[in-house]
Design a protein around this ligand. Structure first.
Ligand SMILES: [Zn+2]
Length: 443
């Protein structure tokens, strides 16, 4: 600033002092409006995972749904960083259990363990820590609430497939206040059809191994919901909503199924709004762990159209949370992923596809393979073309390198108290450190 330097030193000092004061006033004004900077005892934390959502998935969702100018809600959050995803043990690529456990307990663990370190010892998860602080706790999913990601917070076990054990732990041991998601099959014993009709014979049959866990939850004081009306009627403080599992994926894969006509389909954003409504009554704040598991399934199935559907859900949820934060800024929101799935890459139209089978080449509810490249590299329909929103005719397609997860870093975006701590490149365990600090803030 040559003009300032030409002034006598005293004036320069005064000018610097004035600028400093103005800057502090500006920072203070900004803090008190939307960006609460320091956590208070009632700070709430929400971790939202797009399971399998690497940087290419986030970009594809941005282009398809928001185009080139309007930034999608999850990427419009003010702080951005990267997280590594490598688990403990000899393997270089994580599963969802080890990925989410890193956030839940701050320790890298063995693939398949949920909420337990490599020594299998039970240590407090973020959900336990939030409970100790008197906060309301919630686990919400578009797939089942006993899934590996959510089990890492509310159902620590050494095998992520012990679904009914996880369900029982969620209601008995860890007393999660709000459980919302799909797949009642793990909550009802064989022979009990539950509340949601099975639309495909031999699929979705009850296979609970812990008796009738819905009845047990009700006897523990949970309100129970299973469709849009009963979810709308929930008042809390403890709720169990078991609704249609992965309704949007099912819509694509199951002939004749229409999620909009299914009363058991409850949009994830409605469940989140209901959970916020219930948790809002607690002056101590809350802790939510949420995921879109369908995004990972779509990656395994090599279906970018379903990846984008899941991205729509995630952005709707971020928007709803941001609206809540307008009057409740003391909420730290972290949006990230446990890993990338499929080695998905955005490519120009005209290139051939090399992808091999997805790990579910025949979709879960479908009858025949349809996501594989043609013999001459023809692009499968579920890999493109995808139109870039707001453009006349710009399109892209995607290709895939693997039916499994990949080991690259994943983006993390955040807003709210301590969100700036996530800027930079960190281990995925850093999510635990920041969230714990926010949850245990003292006056
Ligand atoms: Zn996966």
């Amino acid at each position: 600033m040559p003009e300032v330097l030409r002034h006598p030193p005293k004036l320069v000092t005064a000018a610097i002092a004035l600028v400093t004061v103005l800057a502090l006033v500006l920072i203070a004004t900004r803090d008190s409006s939307s960006q609460a900077a320091s956590p208070t005892p009632a700070t709430s934390v929400i971790i939202l995972s797009g399971d399998g959502m690497g940087i290419q998935q986030r970009t594809a969702i941005q282009y398809a749904l928001y185009g080139l100018d309007e930034r999608q809600p999850m990427d419009a959050l003010p702080y951005t960083g990267f997280l590594d995803t490598i688990p403990a043990g000899p393997i270089a690529v994580t599963d969802s259990a080890a990925g989410a456990t890193a956030w839940a307990i701050g320790e890298k663990t063995i693939n398949g363990y949920t909420g337990l370190g490599p020594d299998k010892k039970r240590v407090p998860t973020l959900l336990d820590i939030a409970k100790q602080q008197g906060k309301t706790t919630a686990l919400i999913n578009d797939h089942d609430v006993t899934n590996a990601t959510l089990a890492s917070f509310g159902g620590p076990v050494i095998n992520r497939d012990w679904k009914s054990t996880i369900a029982a732990k969620e209601i008995y041991n860890n007393k999660v206040d709000i459980l919302m998601g799909g797949n009642e099959a793990y909550w009802y014993p064989p022979g009990n059809p539950g509340k949601i009709p099975n639309t495909v014979p031999d699929e979705d049959r009850s296979e609970g191994r812990q008796g009738n866990l819905v009845e047990k939850a009700i006897s523990q004081g949970y309100q129970y919901a299973y469709d849009r009306d009963t979810v709308a009627a929930l008042t809390g403080p403890r709720v169990l909503a078991l609704v249609q599992d992965s309704a949007k994926r099912r819509w694509v894969e199951e002939k004749g199924y229409k999620f909009k006509k299914d009363p058991h389909y409850v949009p994830v954003v409605d469940m989140v709004k209901k959970a916020l409504d219930i948790a809002d009554d607690n002056p101590n704040g809350f802790f939510f762990a949420m995921e879109s598991d369908d995004l990972d399934s779509a990656g395994h199935e090599h279906d970018v159209r379903n990846v984008i559907q899941s991205g729509r859900t995630i952005n709707q949820v971020v928007k709803a949370i941001q609206e809540y934060r307008e009057t409740n800024p003391n909420v730290l929101l972290i949006v990230t992923a446990d890993h990338e799935t499929g080695g998905m890459t955005i490519e120009p139209m005209g290139e051939t596809n090399t992808n091999s089978d997805g790990d579910d080449p025949i979709p879960y509810w479908g009858k025949k393979a349809r996501n594989n490249a043609g013999p001459n590299g023809e692009v499968p329909k579920r890999s493109g073309p995808i139109k870039i929103k707001g453009t006349k005719d710009r399109k892209f397609k995607v290709d895939w390198t693997t039916p499994e997860h990949t080991g690259g870093m994943v983006p993390v975006t955040a807003v709210g108290p301590l969100a700036e701590e996530l800027v930079g490149v960190h281990h995925n365990t850093h999510v635990f450190d920041v969230a714990k600090q926010a949850l245990t803030a003292s006056p």
